[in-house]
Design a protein around this ligand. Structure first.
Ligand code: BG6
Ligand code: MG
Length: 223
């Protein structure tokens, strides 16, 4: 293995609650019910696709023009970005910093494949930008997760063949993206959900990300 490619939201830090608050306020203003169940379904899904799912859920798909929808996503993002200010290095999930150090010591390349256009800003707030050899701009890929595009783009930018990459994700869409990109997939979450999505290795908590265990599982699988 030559590279590890990370998702951001839900893998490196917990931004799901902040996305929830911003979407909830927007949905309330549109008189659409929004709850944690729907928020869960938006994990890994890009901003406009997320809005379309919310409008669809509220039966209001046809009520807004494309221009109005862009304004709505901007409204949500302005609120989300204001909430991001509460992030600091303390917001990094347990074990992630140590894991990044180990990857570096093992001379592995490190990439970011997040659907979030706020990815670079979040890495800055967490003070871990320097660990990343590449960050994919989600605008540069044709299809969002679950399509493989963003993980393939990360591998291309790192100049590593996808079969030599490990992807780490917390969303079902993200695991599908990694697997269709032909990579080894680590799922952060529950065994049942992550295995059903196709994860090769499941960890329930980021503090359990141990390189030795990962590489043993990879070797066992490919032997
Ligand atoms: C993903 C999140 O990482 O990024 C989604 O899981 C979010 O919930 C998506 O919608 C896009 O994020 P942003 O910051 O560009 O609106
Ligand atoms: Mg995620």
């Amino acid at each position: 293995m030559k590279a590890v490619i990370f998702d951001l939201d839900g893998v490196i830090t917990d931004t799901a609650e902040l996305h929830y608050q911003a979407w909830k306020n927007l949905a309330d203003s549109l008189k659409i019910h929004f709850d944690y169940k729907l928020n869960e379904e938006l994990k890994g899904i890009g901003r406009m696709d997320s809005l379309n799912r919310i409008l669809n859920f509220g039966g209001k798909t046809d009520q807004y023009t494309e221009i109005e929808k862009i304004a709505l996503t901007e409204q949500k993002n302005t609120e989300y970005v204001a909430l991001l200010d509460q992030l600091s290095p303390k917001s990094i999930y347990p074990g992630i910093k140590e894991f990044l150090d180990t990857l570096r010591n093992q001379n592995l390349k490190i990439g970011l494949a997040s659907a979030s256009k706020n990815g670079p800003k979040i890495l800055e707030l967490l003070e871990i930008t320097d660990y990343f050899d590449t960050i994919v701009d989600p605008v540069s890929v044709k299809m969002g997760k679950p399509a493989p595009d963003i993980f393939l783009k990360a591998a291309e930018q790192l100049e590593v063949h996808s079969s030599k990459c490990i992807g780490i994700e917390d969303s079902e869409a993200g695991i599908h993206s990694i697997k269709t990109a032909g990579m080894f997939a680590i799922g952060v979450g529950t065994e049942k959900v992550m295995k059903a999505a196709g994860a090769d290795l499941v960890i329930c908590d980021t503090k359990n990300l141990h390189w030795d265990q990962i590489i043993n599982t990879v070797n066992h699988q490919y032997s």
